[in-house]
Design a protein around this ligand. Structure first.
Ligand SMILES: [Fe+2]
Ligand SMILES: [Fe+2]
Length: 247
């Protein structure tokens, strides 16, 4: 019994939309088939596979049907996080999604998923992504204050959702946590954030995140052990479509 994770599948069986890198970077060529093959070789039905957001380019549930079916057909128990591109998933309707897909997919939002004696907790998260102003040597000299203030409000809301997830697990007696985010836990200028602080507060063993895809973004946030917590990036192209073994 193992726990695996990967993010940013950006499936588009029913949609013409693609991420910019999906058009040019060869790592995306036939990624659906490669990922399915890698899962078949690695993941067993008794395992759990966390998909850390940006599942589908579909704009609503009807446009995601084939993408979600592809995910349901993968081996193991599937836990989904909300990514910034998952338009089909209204945060307020998570319970309805969990009812509709009961026993097939679990949507992680203001709730948790048990894995052995661990609780899988998480939320989409948020990080300020600029615009940043750079000097000629590409050092950051400033940023858009209005955008930064807007980002701060989104970070606050996501922090509340993350706390709700931790607390739901704690109420049920869990004290071991693996924390998931779609967005990286810190922006390119930070080494700490409300998310890293919460990981430390609850004693999360690992923080797993995605969203940073394309080689130039793989080191946008923290990776490795910081202040006792292990941080891992699991965007699909970074993992060459091999799910990362978390536990
Ligand atoms: Fe993405
Ligand atoms: Fe994303």
């Amino acid at each position: 019994m193992s726990l695996y994770a990967i993010g940013d599948l950006h499936l588009h069986f029913q949609s013409q939309l693609k991420a910019p890198g999906q058009l040019t970077d060869p790592v995306w060529k036939g990624h659906e088939q490669r990922f399915r093959k890698n899962c078949a070789a690695l993941v067993r039905e008794s395992d759990t596979l966390v998909l850390a957001g940006d599942h589908s380019w579909g704009r609503n549930l009807a446009e995601c049907e084939r993408d979600l079916q592809y995910i349901m057909d993968l081996p193991g128990r599937k836990v989904l996080l909300r990514g910034n591109h998952d338009m089909f998933w209204d945060a307020k309707k998570t319970e309805a999604l969990n009812q509709q897909f009961e026993g097939r997919l679990f949507f992680l939002q203001n709730n948790y998923f048990p894995y052995r004696d661990c609780a899988i907790v998480g939320t989409k998260g948020y990080t300020f992504e600029g615009p940043f102003y750079l000097d000629r040597r590409r050092r950051v000299t400033g940023w858009d204050e209005e955008e930064a203030a807007h980002a701060e409000r989104l970070v606050e809301r996501e922090a509340e959702r993350l706390r709700a997830s931790f607390e739901a697990a704690r109420r049920d007696g869990f004290s071991r946590f693996i924390m998931f985010l779609h967005y990286p836990p810190t922006n390119i200028l930070e080494r700490r954030s409300v998310f890293t602080d919460m990981a430390e507060e609850y004693g999360a063993e690992q923080v797993i995140y995605a969203h940073c895809h394309g080689k130039s973004r793989f080191n946008d946030s923290i990776r490795g052990v910081f202040r006792g917590v292990e941080y891992r990036l699991v965007s699909g192209d970074c993992l060459l479509w091999n799910p990362a073994r978390i536990l």
